[in-house]
Write a protein that binds this ligand. Sequence first.
Ligand code: NAD
Ligand code: ZN
Ligand code: ZN
Length: 352
Amino acid sequence: MQAVRLMEWKSDPILVEVPDPVAGPGQVVIRIGGAGACHSDIHLMHEFEPGQLPWGPPFTLGHENAGWVHQLGAGVQGLEVGQPVAVYGPWGCGACPHCLLGMENYCENVEAAPIRGGGGGLGLDGGMAELMLVPSARCLVPLPYGLEPVDAAPLTDAGLTPYHAVRRSWAKLVPGSTAVVIGVGGLGHLAVQILKATTAARVVAVDTRAEALNLAANEGADLTVEPDQSAVATIREFTGGRGADVVLDFVGSDATMALGAAASRFLGDLTIVGLGGGMFPFTFFSLPYEVSVQTTYWGSRTELVEVLDLAARGLLRPTVTTFPLEEAVHAYHLMEAGSALGRQVMVPSDAS
Ligand code: NAD
Ligand code: ZN
Ligand code: ZN
């Protein structure tokens, strides 16, 4: 079969022919219906040195995936060949306290996981191929009726990651509150939809690109702001001088962290999701009192079930552009150049 593989650090992936995977005991092979391109892949391709991560190339890219069950390994129960499924991407040990609660993104026994701190498309072979090997039925979630794999794929990361970040701050997103989304790309455009679908907060979207701000406005953002010198003042004015109860930073640069901190309200949450490599000086006076700052990584299996339910009900509608596997590198280049909108999803020719 064909697969989009990262062959070495600091390179573009290439399309190559690889053997079809075979499901061993307890494993499942799925036929891919969609594999999303995440900005994390671009960080992976260009920013990492050999030895920096516990795993490395060569491997097939694609860590947000959905498709149909293709082959069941010995002993797998509860799934049928042909059934549409989404892949829960963070693969933990399955047995530690966090994994037992479905939070394999925060597995505490990574030595016993299929790969240390990675998953399919992150050290092991991912979904930018016709078939993908999934280590356990535990890592698959059946798609609710009406949801197609091509739309479900981006929901497994670009949907799940912001859903987790929003959900943990739900208690602060009451009527009268304001949430700020910085970076309205693959994750950010779904963050706007998730805030609208699950909270009563007013939503402010911040992006350097006019087309991304237009997308946010179409999805219900109450205010769109360019991250210029007046951005903090604009957000403060919109909130009656108080600032934002929750800031979700999907960029993570020096500039966006500084913007998020300056726009926060007393008692707020400043949540850094983007891997932009920025720094923020944490001092007693660098943030309004009792602002909590945290990073988040992906989400839980339970939260993925909830995200898929929201989508099946039409409350989440990822903006998706599809590409054949042959155009994966082009799709990544569009993302890097800031010419992509929403999510770019690779669809193998046998699935389109
Ligand atoms: P994307 O390229 O689709 O979107 C990024 C958006 O940010 C674009 O719309 C871009 O115009 C905008 N942007 C860039 N610089 C900006 C600035 N200074 N101010 C405002 N907006 C700016 O990327 P994506 O796939 O949505 O990923 C976003 C980030 O989240 C990446 O760093 C990615 O690696 C990271 N990520 C983190 C997790 C996690 O679990 N923490 C999961 C997935 C992705
Ligand atoms: Zn990702
Ligand atoms: Zn675990």
